[in-house]
Design a protein around this ligand. Structure first.
Ligand SMILES: [Ca+2]
Ligand SMILES: [Ca+2]
Length: 364
């Protein structure tokens, strides 16, 4: 082969490689810009919600425009009721039924339940039962909130419809926000309203925890396996935490027994797989609450609570469901993910009394 031919082939090869590199570079640049632009619009919307006095209702159309263009997602609607008993300072929120909910699961259905709380005080969060495989659940549940007339007029009732999933995060289908100053309290309100896109700024995300429960009635053994947690809050400078999990039992609402996992350093997604077995007789299990809390370990200062959850006879919603699943499947471990709540919120709902004096020889 003549020398010039070899040179030509070599030059053509180099040119081809250069062209490829150029193509890849251009593609990467475009992607980066697109991402940045998307992030920017997201930030704008969030800032508007946090800083300005703009209400959720005003923010929503923007979000819908950005995400879905002209075809706004239909989330379904909810029938609710509101009633205020001034003599008892009691607000009664009724969650009646939902209709044409958005399908969140692969089979074209959802497993809806509703969380109800009052903003901005948020003394407690209530949950309805979960209805499996339906887009038209009939809840017929009502929840009472202690609230004075003056704070009632400054508050908002929030109803959030979620899709339950046993092994993954529960997805929000949509929400309603009713400003209570606009309500005519001379009548019981009962009305249908279309669910809106959830407001992302208000709720503090504390992360989720997965654990399994197993109860053996004949042996009187309750086993809690703390499996893992994810999306925990960062508590330390540097954007991380050193989480460990406390497992506590209460009997008749009194602190009873507790255990701890090991500390996982510098992570917001710790994996534990640590098992704790407690002696709990069949007679006691009906009166027990299990409190699971996540803490950030600090060498120099006090450890901080990062989130909490409780299950048992006084629990509601998803937590009660997990507990009931454990009791109805004796000897079988039942695992489930739970969204963590603030320690303050759980403490006010559960309000445990001081420790039971132990006269047994249990190692706690
Ligand atoms: Ca589901
Ligand atoms: Ca720490």
């Amino acid at each position: 082969m003549p020398r010039w031919a070899i040179y030509t082939i070599f030059a053509a090869g180099v040119l081809l490689i250069l062209l490829c590199c150029l193509c890849i570079c251009i593609k990467c640049c475009c992607k980066g810009k697109k991402k940045k632009r998307q992030q920017k619009t997201g930030e704008n919307i969030n800032l508007k919600g946090v800083n300005g006095k703009t209400t959720t209702a005003l923010v929503q159309p923007d979000v819908a425009d950005v995400d879905y263009g002209s075809t706004k997602k239909q989330r379904g609607r909810l029938l609710y009721s509101l009633e205020y008993n001034a003599a008892l300072s009691e607000l009664i929120v009724g969650v009646k039924q939902a209709d044409s909910l958005m399908a969140m699961d692969l089979g074209g259905s959802s497993d809806p339940y509703v969380k109800v709380y009052i903003c901005p005080d948020k003394p407690k969060t209530c949950e309805t039962k979960v209805f499996r495989h339906t887009l038209n659940p009939v809840f017929n549940e009502q929840f009472n909130f202690q609230i004075s007339k003056s704070s009632l007029l400054k508050s908002t009732a929030v109803m959030k419809v979620f899709d339950f999933n046993r092994f993954s995060k529960h997805n929000i289908i949509g929400e309603l926000r009713v400003q209570l100053c606009n309500v005519d309290w001379n009548h019981v309100i009962e009305e249908w309203q279309d669910l809106a896109e959830p407001a992302k700024f208000e709720e503090e995300e504390l992360g989720e925890i997965c654990f399994s429960l197993r109860y053996v009635p004949t042996a009187g053994k309750l086993t809690v396996v703390i499996l893992e947690a994810k999306n925990l809050k960062s508590m330390d400078i540097g954007g991380s935490s050193d989480p460990y999990v406390k497992v506590q039992l209460a009997l008749d609402k009194r602190k009873w027994k507790k255990r701890k996992t090991s500390i996982k350093k510098k992570t917001l997604n710790p994996y534990y797989n640590e098992s704790f077995t407690f002696d709990v007789s069949f007679e006691q299990i009906q009166r027990v609450n299990l409190v699971v809390s996540v803490w950030d370990h600090d060498a120099m200062t006090r450890n901080d609570a990062m989130g909490k959850i409780f299950l048992g006879c006084d629990a509601t919603g998803n937590q009660l469901r997990h507990w009931a699943d454990m009791l109805s499947n004796p000897r079988r471990p039942v695992a489930q993910w739970h969204s963590l709540l603030s320690a303050q919120q759980v403490n006010s709902t559960l309000s445990l009394k001081k420790k039971i004096p132990l006269h047994s020889k249990l190692p706690f």
